[in-house]
Design a binder for this molecule. Structure first.
Ligand code: IFM
Length: 728
């Protein structure tokens, strides 16, 4: 399999897309696949995980660090930057087996040709470091100034976030940015090889927000000059004195040198792949897109801490406020559980540790229990604004209700904890706050319930389901089903209180009247209204759904007056129709396939798929998974490919007006993994065992992968739809 992506030529229109596609990351930071000479205008970002800042009334967003990989060439007085000086030859590559970004650019000048090659990575071995190697070769005696430095003029959506930029230079150069709201210090230091292979003159310049070293030399003909740079980043969330740490690290790693650091980094990637690589014989395209998806998930998995989650756009920038959505639990978690359960624990621990934020949010709406943030940041703060969309016609902010009404988010947390325990067998998470989290989420739904006196049912009104185009509906089937599941889980936890850590169990008994809560939850679980299939076998997505206009997605699209118009909300083109944004009933039936017969599953798939815009990258994988369950692998396959290619192909939504909304799509990538493993390979877990009912796409002759389950690792091979599962 080819573990390399290549993009030939330079096209300024592609800067945003390639920045995502060629991203490198290590869970602590992500560096967009941009060129050395790019700056904030080209969406350069060294995006940091889990550290946020707010300027004025704008959205709070994650911090981008000053860019320590900034460099460019001046040859014979001419600035060689691809944006301004068209290269003779140019390509970039991503080795996604090892997360190494490479560029090769050749310019022709009046006196001859000059080639710049570079290679960089952010280390998997030490998440605070990044290293870059440059090679400069000219076929004439070029008068070269190689300018390298740190660019503190950071790309922000709602910045600038650094009120103050401090520059420092001794054995290395450094910039410390001090953030506006929280006064976080973000320190970046860069050292370089001391053994430069020629006479050189170094001039240090500080211009505006950049600190730049100029290495000036005259090159020999066709001699290759190699320069290595060593970058370290620390923030005041990591340690007391980030500048000291960054400087010390940047100097220490220089002693190891580029190649040793690269070897250590590659070893870490090999070990990561020993759990997460998926081999598919007979379909190289599928194998490549799937492993490319795994590459992204591996690049953003937080391994360096034990309580941090994954943002909806990974580490590709500030889009979606760098916030954590239900994407993590419902789309990404299975990948983590099966390939790196420690990280799975970490992301669930983040939810447990942000329970207070969720309780605060519930309280602010007058509810009991825990209502998790729709867009969660530090401490569980909900970053989602009341006006999350701008109307294209009036240019006014539109009132949206994602934050107030997507109550299904709390159930996703409960589902995540349940799934974690099921696949790892690790009950300790319950005693570390997991039990309380589940109980508090159940309390929230209990308080939200409305009792229909006549029918004796309990209902959930005024909500938004996964299909965000229909706001403030009653009895969204997915939401009600997930609430029912939450009550079930809460009852289970209360029943197993004796299995928890003794001190923690005593605390819970003091805090709650568990007997009373259990009775309430049992009654709610029994009586919550779950929409049933109609005479045609179709489950209404919410009350009154079938009364809406039944038109095709294309008809709805043809009614748009502006291509960027929002389809949902009060006046959206889809709002009064049955056209939905993303899998909704289908998500429910995928999560709980035993709720209905196979015939009903199929009927619902067939009804809803043509009515789905797939306007969210989360949609395709859910349809693919249910298609697999309905024995329709041929329908599942293109949806699987679409999900796995979310970051490979151009054409995704990248801009909303002037706001960049692009970035990587971890949920689609996690979804693609689920389709391959749970869908085509048919892996499921029952009675403490891994079982499989494979139904591979026709071209897939063999499939090989490893999964972790209950503290053990298994090698799985599938051939002729037979699975061989061996513990290793
Ligand atoms: O969580 C999703 C949501 O379901 C659809 N809009 C984008 C969000 C982040 O991926």
């Amino acid at each position: 399999m080819n573990w390399e992506l290549t993009e030939n030529g330079f096209n300024s229109e592609k800067i945003a897309h390639l920045g995502n596609k060629f991203l490198t990351g290590n869970g602590y930071m992500g560096i967009r696949g941009t060129l050395d000479e790019f700056d904030s205008r080209d969406l350069v970002a060294v995006n940091l995980a889990g550290i946020y800042d707010q300027v004025g009334n704008s959205w709070r967003e994650p911090l981008n660090a000053p860019n320590g990989f900034y460099s460019y060439l001046i040859v014979d007085g001419n600035v060689l930057k691809v944006q301004d000086n068209a290269p003779k030859e140019h390509f970039i590559k991503l080795d996604y087996r090892h997360g190494i970004f490479k560029r090769h650019t050749e310019w022709t000048t009046k006196r001859g040709n000059i080639v710049l090659e570079s290679e960089r990575f952010v280390s998997m071995d030490d998440v605070h470091i990044g290293v870059e190697k440059y090679k400069i070769t000219a076929d004439f005696h070029a008068d070269i100034n190689f300018l390298t430095g740190i660019d503190g003029d950071v790309w922000d959506i709602n910045g600038p976030h650094y009120d103050e930029i401090i520059m420092d230079e001794d054995d290395c150069i450094s910039i410390v940015g001090i953030s506006h709201e929280k006064k976080y210090h973000v320190a970046v230091s860069v050292s370089e090889d001391e053994n430069f292979p020629c006479e050189k003159k170094i001039i240090l310049k500080k211009e505006d927000k950049k600190i730049i070293k100029s290495l000036n030399f005259v090159s020999d003909i066709n001699k290759c000059y190699e320069i290595h740079r060593f970058m370290a980043i620390y923030t005041s969330k990591d340690c007391e004195n980030p500048l000291d740490n960054a400087k010390e690290t940047a100097i220490n790693i220089r002693n190891k040198g580029y190649y040793e650091l690269r070897d250590e980094h590659c070893k870490c990637w090999e070990s990561i792949w020993s759990n997460s690589e998926v081999e598919i014989e007979g379909d190289d395209d599928a194998m490549e897109v799937l492993n490319y998806s795994c590459y992204h998930l591996n690049s953003i998995s937080p391994r360096h801490t034990d309580s941090l989650s994954i943002a909806a756009r990974g580490l590709s920038g500030q889009t979606y406020k760098g916030a954590v959505f239900w994407d993590t639990e419902m789309f990404i978690l299975d990948f983590l559980l099966m390939t790196n359960p420690k990280v799975a624990r970490n992301v669930m621990k983040y939810r447990i540790d942000t329970l207070d934020g969720a309780k605060e949010k519930a309280k602010s709406y007058g509810y009991d229990g825990a209502f998790y943030a729709w867009e969660s940041q530090e401490g569980g703060f909900d970053a989602c604004s009341d006006y999350n969309v701008t109307d294209v016609f009036t240019k006014r902010p539109m009132r949206t209700y994602f934050k107030d009404k997507q109550i299904h988010i709390s159930a996703a947390i409960v589902y995540g904890i349940g799934r974690y325990i099921d696949l790892t067998g690790d009950m300790t998470i319950l005693s570390e706050g997991g039990a309380e989290t589940i109980i508090e989420c159940a309390k929230f739904y209990y308080d939200f319930l409305l009792k229909k006196v006549s029918g004796g049912y309990y209902e959930l009104h005024d909500v938004i389901g996964p299909d965000e185009y229909h706001e403030r509906v009653n009895n969204n089937g997915y939401t009600n089903r997930m609430a029912k599941y939450t009550f079930e889980q809460a009852v289970k936890v209360i029943d197993s209180i004796d299995e928890l850590n003794e001190q923690y169990a005593i605390k819970l008994c003091k805090e709650y009247n568990l007997k009373q809560l259990k009775e309430k939850f049992e009654m709610a679980e029994r009586n919550i209204y779950i929409p049933q299939p109609n005479e045609n076998g179709i489950i209404p997505q919410f009350d009154g759904y079938f009364d809406l206009e039944d038109v095709s997605v294309n008809t709805v699209r043809s009614r748009l007056l502006d291509p960027k118009e929002y389809w949902g909300g009060a006046n959206g083109v889809a709002a009064h129709t049955q056209v939905i944004k993303q899998a909704d009933v289908v998500t429910w039936l995928t999560m709980f396939p035993d709720d209905v017969s196979d015939e009903i599953k199929l009927k619902n798939w067939q009804y809803y798929e043509p009515r789905t815009e797939h306007g969210s990258s989360l949609s395709a994988c859910m349809y693919a998974l249910l298609a697999c369950k309905c024995g329709m692998k041929e329908k599942a396959y293109p949806l699987f490919m679409k999900s796995a290619s979310a970051d490979l192909n151009e054409g995704g939504k990248e801009w909303a007006g002037l706001v960049y909304i692009g970035g990587t799509h971890p949920a689609a990538e996690g979804g693609a993994y689920m389709v391959a493993i749970k869908g085509f390979a048919g892996i499921y877990f029952e009675d403490g065992k891994i079982k499989a009912k494979p139904d591979l796409p026709k071209a897939w002759k063999k499939m090989r992968f490893h999964i972790c389950y209950r503290n053990k690792k298994y090698k799985i091979e599938i051939e002729d739809n037979n699975a061989n599962i061996v513990e290793i």
